[in-house]
Design a protein around this ligand. Structure first.
Ligand SMILES: [Zn+2]
Ligand SMILES: [Zn+2]
Length: 137
């Protein structure tokens, strides 16, 4: 009989697929508590990194709906923002426009109070614009 290495390997893989997967799982389960107590300087340990990645992937898997909803929400928000910005870009800032906030500096930027109203922009100076956005966050 000719020994077909390829075939044999495939057979071996198929036979042990579940077994290997199970033993991996058992290994993680067994060491879960141990890892929990690891001092923080061991966080760079690749074993733990792999474990964490697997866990976060699992969370995503288990919370697929939640994750998708989160992404959708983010996308919708960003889309609104991009849209508002592209409209605002077409609104010219009048020459010698003074910042609507400090009423001192020259207004060089446009600020949206509400991205639902893309045409409603306030002309503000750079400094005020920065503070405006800091407040939001
Ligand atoms: Zn200002
Ligand atoms: Zn702004």
């Amino acid at each position: 009989m000719v020994f077909d290495r390829k075939k044999w390997r495939k057979k071996y893989y198929l036979q042990n697929k579940d077994k290997e997967r199970k033993s991996n799982k058992e290994y993680y389960q067994k060491n879960k508590d141990k890892w929990k107590d690891f001092p923080s300087q061991n966080l760079s340990n690749p074993e733990i990194g792999r474990y964490r990645k697997k866990k976060s992937l699992k969370w995503r898997e288990d919370n697929r709906e939640k994750h998708n909803a989160l992404m959708r929400e983010q996308y919708k928000k960003n889309k609104k923002k991009w849209h508002a910005r592209s409209i605002a870009q077409k609104i010219k800032i009048p020459k010698n426009q003074i910042c609507g906030l400090c009423k001192k500096n020259k207004a060089l930027e446009r600020h949206h109070e509400d991205y639902d109203e893309p045409k409603e922009v306030n002309f503000v100076c750079k400094k005020c614009h920065r503070t405006l956005h800091k407040k939001v966050k």
